[in-house]
Design a protein around this ligand. Structure first.
Ligand SMILES: Cc1ncc(COP(=O)(O)O)c(C=O)c1O
Length: 382
């Protein structure tokens, strides 16, 4: 049986387990005051429209504020017409699958990939998710071209920037080639860009969202990683004609905006610049946490594992000796008071058993150092 992954409602705040498997922001980082101020300001506007059904594509003023924020952060123009409000990135992916695929359709995924996206694709939608290898520059385009000689996917699901789990970023050249192939072979690129704005030491290439005009890209974004996951607020950025596919589906026609209330509160945070300031603070904190984790790994896992210090995102991706089975090591690690995500969970072909993923987002620097020390001891004993 696989070790269950804790969702935030299950994360035990008093547990002494330092579980680097938790890919969520720490409780100390969640912006309670910012959200209280945003809510106060929005409620003070005194209009009950806030509590009605919302406009199908998402509130217009929210989309304008989001478009302005993204244009500044991406250094590339984003318009409100390109944005569809969703209840987070997971729901965006699910909605794309609902509208663009049939059970049994083929989609391509990176190997490795975000383990819960693989579940959505394979288990929720019964899609044939075909893995395409990746390396330190992201999805391997040569391997994609080869895969395309045999079959045409409905879409390629990629996490191009600070990938989950590897932390790798698709190079600018490969981004161009991916879009060219999408045109040539008539598939969509579903770009899960939830880590695009979490850059700490190097600015990544422009997001695939910058290729929106190609009509081939569905870029998924989320406030889960840049503000708070409990908001359940995200977006799809795509060509306006594709936005119409979402706006006219039964789910949205029946229920209206997928997150009207919360988007109204977050609109204030965007307009006031509070989101921008909060993100700047997060970048500093996460950069320090990366430094703490990298330093501790060097001290305690030096000869045992290989890794690259990430420039952004949430994760370190560690490669152990081939003979090591990280899933089998997890109980011993838990006994030592530390957890991680075994690499095999991120593989769609049952590979990568000698890898493990560590998130530096959930714990502070001292706990990171303590947790890595425990990990080193558990691995040394194994
Ligand atoms: C690549 C990726 N996509 C989506 C999600 C989930 O995003 P959301 O909370 O917006 O559904 C995560 C969270 O770990 C993620 O790593």
């Amino acid at each position: 049986m696989q070790t269950p992954i804790l969702r935030s409602s299950q994360v035990n705040r008093t547990s002494s387990l330092i579980d680097f498997g938790i890919g969520q922001p720490g409780f100390d980082l969640l912006p309670l005051d910012l959200m209280r101020q945003s809510a106060d300001a929005r409620f003070a506007e005194g209009d009950t429209e806030l509590l009605n059904y919302g406009y199908e594509q998402g509130d217009g003023r929210f989309r304008q504020a989001l478009a302005d924020f993204l244009s500044a952060e991406y250094a590339a123009p984003v318009t409100p017409a390109q944005l569809m409000v969703t209840a987070g990135a997971s729901q965006a992916l699910s909605l794309i699958c609902t509208l663009f695929t049939q059970p049994g359709d083929t989609v391509f995924v990176e190997e490795p990939s975000y383990f819960l996206a693989l579940r959505i694709l394979r288990e929720d939608f019964r899609l044939n998710a075909v893995p395409v290898p990746s390396d330190e520059n992201g999805l391997r385009i040569d391997a994609l071209e080869e895969a395309l000689t045999g079959q045409r996917p409905v879409f390629v699901y990629t996490i191009p920037t600070f990938q989950n789990p590897t932390g790798h970023t698709l190079s600018a050249r490969r981004r161009e080639r991916l879009i060219a192939l999408a045109h040539k072979h008539d598939f969509w690129v579903v770009a899960d860009e939830v880590y695009q704005l979490l850059h700490y030491s190097a600015t990544p290439p422009p997001p695939l969202a910058a290729h929106t005009d190609s009509g081939r890209v569905l870029s998924i974004g989320s406030f889960s990683k840049i503000l708070a996951p409990g908001l359940r607020l995200g977006w799809i950025q795509t060509a306006p004609e594709l936005v119409q596919r979402f706006v006219t589906c039964g789910l949205v026609e029946s229920g209206g905006s997928l997150n009207h209330f919360t988007s109204n509160l977050v609109r204030v945070a965007l307009e006031q610049g509070w989101q921008t300031d909060y993100l700047a603070g997060l970048r500093e904190i996460y950069q320090r946490r990366i430094g703490a984790m990298d330093g501790a790994l060097r001290r305690h896992l030096g000869g045992m594992a290989r890794w690259q210090k990430p420039d952004g995102g949430y994760f370190f991706w560690l490669e152990m000796e081939k003979a090591v089975d990280t899933a089998a090591l997890l109980p011993a690690a838990h006994a030592a008071g530390v957890g991680f995500l075994p690499g095999a969970r991120c593989s769609s072909v049952g590979g990568l058993g000698h890898y493990l993923r560590l998130s530096f987002a959930h714990f502070g620097e001292e706990e990171i150092q303590e947790g890595v020390e425990r990990l080193g001891q558990a691995l040394a004993r194994a």
